[in-house]
Design a protein around this ligand. Structure first.
Ligand code: ZN
Length: 233
């Protein structure tokens, strides 16, 4: 008998969401009350962290259930101020089950320097991301943020937000979180590489070989095409 995956009960989803908040805090991907995490619920609603809570201290009472249109259903507190960004991603990407937004230092540094992370230096980045584009600057907590990622949201699963931070998404909470961890590691390694005088990008042939070895036909996860509208400098 093959082992069965336990059903995603609300209790388990809440536990997973809180675990992601703790990991963001432990890795210092957020400071003070920064960052927000959300996931889809089996009923089609979205569960998201409330505004103004340190991620290391999130408890079940700090999660707010909203409809896909953003109407709050459970939780007396108000939802994260970046709720609009999360809802936009769920609307645009039916395959996305969780969204993580944070301000990891190196990746946010690249975002403030307005440098997208071209992942042609590292094998796991080529296979996992393709490129990590940079969205135009948008005032945090306004509808401008969702609008800024519009050119990229269908093609990639991680986006730098200019002068602000990073948003990653995935099929589930763990997948969205791990992508944030990878983005920050790519940013750190790219920083060191640039400090040492610049890296040597892998050639197209080497990238193709990598993708063939990994069993993928494109350079980004899922069926999405790599973005062609990345801002470069
Ligand atoms: Zn933010």
């Amino acid at each position: 008998m093959s082992p069965k995956k336990p059903p995603m009960t609300r209790t388990r989803i809440v536990r997973d969401l809180i675990a992601v908040c703790r990991r963001l805090d432990e890795h210092a991907f957020v400071a003070a009350t920064d960052g927000n995490v959300s996931t889809r619920l089996p009923n089609g609603h979205i569960l998201i962290t409330r505004a103004g809570v340190p991620k290391g201290r999130v408890g079940p009472e700090d999660l707010v259930e909203v409809t896909p249109e953003g109407k709050a259903l459970r939780g007396a507190a108000s939802a994260s101020t970046e709720l609009g960004l999360h809802l936009f991603i769920y609307r645009e990407r039916q395959d996305v089950g969780a969204v993580v937004h944070a301000h990891p230092v190196f990746a946010t540094g690249f975002a403030a320097a307005r440098i997208p992370l071209d992942a042609d230096l590292f094998p796991e980045a080529i296979v996992g991301f393709g490129t990590i584009p940079l969205a135009e600057y948008a005032t945090p907590s306004t509808p401008e943020v969702a609008n800024s990622i519009r050119p990229f949201v269908r093609d990639v699963d991680a986006i730098l937000l200019a002068n602000h931070g990073v948003v990653t998404f995935g099929g589930d909470l763990n997948g969205a979180y791990l992508r944030m961890e990878k983005v920050e590691q790519i940013a750190q390694t790219t920083f060191v590489t640039r400090f040492l005088g610049g890296g040597v990008p892998l050639s197209a042939a080497e990238r193709e070989k990598l993708q063939a070895a990994a069993g993928v036909t494109t350079s980004v996860p899922s069926q999405h095409k790599p973005s062609t509208s990345t801002q470069k400098r």
